[in-house]
Design a protein around this ligand. Structure first.
Ligand SMILES: Nc1ncnc2c1ncn2[C@@H]1O[C@H](COP(=O)(O)OP(=O)(O)OP(=O)(O)O)[C@@H](O)[C@H]1O
Ligand SMILES: [Mg+2]
Length: 228
């Protein structure tokens, strides 16, 4: 379903060119739970952003169901992102002056669809993550774990079929990490494709398959070691 072909992304820094990704190819099946590990600077975030339509590759292709997502109009690419992709970040990026339900409804409002339904959908999602009693709290009035759940509910607002998570457990204690991992597993069991980037071998083991990056390339030895 997702096919990455010979993906390269270079960044110019002064006179130097850094190849954050250097000829990466792999596939992700529909409904798969793939984890990506690798040392700091190995290209994990660059890969995830390229996968999610947020970062144009220097060369190579990102194919979703046979379509090269970067060969579409900017408008079609934006539509693809909002319809298909749900991002989960280490920082929650909640809007401080909006309530929990308003934060969750935000992506729906940006889409402009049926206004009356936004609150209903947001409330349903907050109930799903166990925050039905915190609908009108602002982020500063919520604990870290609750803020994380608001962020997850917002990620789900557009009902994405693909969830891309970049170190989502990076700032969480072990209990909250376990909660988030259980939720991701649930979302995967519902048929959503999950790609999760992490430093942690323990977290990486939660997936069906693990890809190891090193210096912008897939480290083959590590891959075969971790697969299965
Ligand atoms: N916008 C940018 N401009 C210049 N260089 C960049 C940019 N983004 C990433 N890089 C470089 O590309 C390489 C890969 O970065 P990336 O953020 O993908 O690594 P990472 O594996 O996610 O690291 P970490 O585990 O620390 O988050 C790094 O050497 C980084 O310095
Ligand atoms: Mg990163």
């Amino acid at each position: 379903m997702i096919r990455i072909e010979n993906l390269t992304r270079a960044f110019a820094v002064g006179r130097e060119t850094i190849r954050a990704l250097d000829g990466v190819s792999f596939e992700v099946q529909r409904g798969e739970y793939l984890t990506v590990t690798g040392p700091s600077g190995s290209g994990k975030s660059t890969l995830l952003m390229s996968l999610g339509g947020l970062l144009h590759p220097t060369s190579g292709r990102v194919m979703f169901d046979g379509v090269d997502i970067y060969r579409q109009s900017p408008r079609a690419l934006a539509q693809f992102r909002t319809k298909t992709i749900g991002f989960v970040f280490q920082q929650f990026h909640l809007v401080p002056y909006l309530t929990a339900w308003e934060n969750v409804a935000l992506p729906l409002m940006l889409n402009g669809s049926n206004q009356g339904k936004h609150r209903q959908i947001a409330v349903g999602l907050l109930e799903r993550v166990g925050l039905g009693s915190r609908l009108n709290h602002k982020p500063s009035q919520l604990s870290v774990g609750q803020q994380q759940r608001v962020a997850m509910a917002r990620t789900l607002a557009n009902n994405p079929s693909v969830i891309l998570a970049d170190e989502p457990t990076g700032s969480l204690d072990p209990d909250l990490t376990a909660n988030l991992m259980a939720l991701l597993k649930d979302l995967n069991s519902e048929g959503r494709t999950v790609v999760l980037v992490t430093h942690s071998r323990e977290v990486a083991a939660a997936g069906d398959r693990c890809l190891a990056l090193q210096d912008g390339r897939i480290a083959q030895a590590a891959v075969s070691q971790l697969v299965g």
